[in-house]
Design a protein around this ligand. Structure first.
Ligand SMILES: [Zn+2]
Ligand SMILES: [Zn+2]
Length: 334
């Protein structure tokens, strides 16, 4: 599909952005981010589905750091490889995982990236407690191998597929309680994963309950990055499938609560929603989020959740759910 030229969204009213491709060089993520109007960016510093990493070349590091320091230093994060499993109970995967997370930390440190988002890990049948022990021990190992580093690992709440841990807030609580240096860890909160893990954030009451529990167990002040994703699958499905904002099972109300939550106002919010090379979907989703800023909850009696459109959408543009999902991948925006 031919790429369509777009004007960047000007003055995004919240610190939001998207995961960006690093095709053509790591620094290209910032160019792409600017093209859309992002105020935050997430990247992979290496192939997320492989173990190998090519050493960072000094000129590339300079290009990246120049861009980073030009404006997004506090709102940039890297996402660690999906292969890393700090919960693996021994064997080659366990060894590679520890080496892998140390390598990722070193790359972030060289690049000046402040946060590295990590899925806590899977216990592979060893059981939850054993898994949490293993994850904490490996995090201690990673910290010991990286003394004095400025980059922080952010444990991400998980969808809970298979034996993956982190879909219950008490898992994150358990890891933080076990590690030797909890102050070296932060947290990344993913809306899709929370919903898939069974936290019903579809209403303002549900959102309040879930964030209160998170605050009690983990601490909202530990959240350094928020992954803003709707979910293709239902509540408690333990399946990780991201959907465009307001077009999935979560619906707009949760995102309205989130973008207007003063406690999280300064936390960078990053989309990990499906998209094509021209990033049209990022424009769409960021505009949706922006349209929710400063709006109040839907009055009682109106349908909540799924299928609701942003308040700012002009009348006459409403479409059926079917039409909308057909257009979801490639909607043309204003
Ligand atoms: Zn995520
Ligand atoms: Zn996910």
């Amino acid at each position: 599909m031919a790429s369509r030229r777009r004007t960047p969204i000007r003055d995004l009213p919240l610190p939001a952005g998207a995961h960006m491709s690093v095709a053509g060089g790591l620094h290209r993520a910032f160019e792409r981010g600017r093209e859309v109007g992002c105020r935050a960016v997430q990247i992979f510093t290496k192939n997320a589905r492989g173990w190998k990493s090519t050493p960072l070349a000094p000129p590339d590091v300079k290009l990246f750091r120049d861009e980073l320091e030009a404006g997004m230093a506090g709102a940039t994060c890297a996402h660690a490889s999906y292969l890393i499993n700090l919960g693996a109970p021994g064997g080659p995967v366990a060894e590679r995982s520890l080496a892998g997370i140390v390598d990722e930390l070193q790359r972030c440190e060289v690049l000046g990236i402040p946060f590295l988002v990590l899925h806590p890990g899977a216990h592979m049948g060893a059981g939850e407690e054993a898994g949490l022990d293993r994850i904490a021990a490996n995090l201690d190992g990673a910290h010991a191998a990286c003394p004095g580093f400025r980059v922080r690992i952010l444990l991400e709440n998980a969808a809970g597929q298979g034996t993956c841990l982190g879909h219950r807030f008490e898992h994150l609580e358990g890891i933080l309680a076990r590690v030797h240096e909890p102050d070296r860890l932060g947290v990344c909160f993913d809306t899709c994963h929370a919903f898939a893990g069974g936290y019903d954030i579809r209403t303002s009451e549900g959102y309040e309950a879930a964030t209160a529990e998170f605050d009690r167990r983990v601490g909202l002040d530990r959240i350094r990055i928020i992954h803003v994703n709707d979910s293709k699958k239902g509540l408690g499905c333990r399946v990780d499938r991201h959907e465009h904002i307001g077009q999935g099972e979560i619906g707009l109300e949760a995102f309205r609560c989130l973008v207007n939550d003063a406690r999280l106002a300064d936390v960078p919010k990053i989309l990990e929603t499906p998209k094509g090379d021209d990033m049209a979907e990022d424009f769409m989703n960021l505009r949706t989020l922006a349209s929710l800023v400063g709006t109040s909850a839907v009055p009682p009696g109106k349908p909540k959740g799924r299928g609701k459109m942003p308040a700012s959408r002009p009348a006459g543009t409403k479409r059926s759910t079917k039409q909308r999902s057909r257009a979801a991948g490639r909607r043309v925006l204003r």
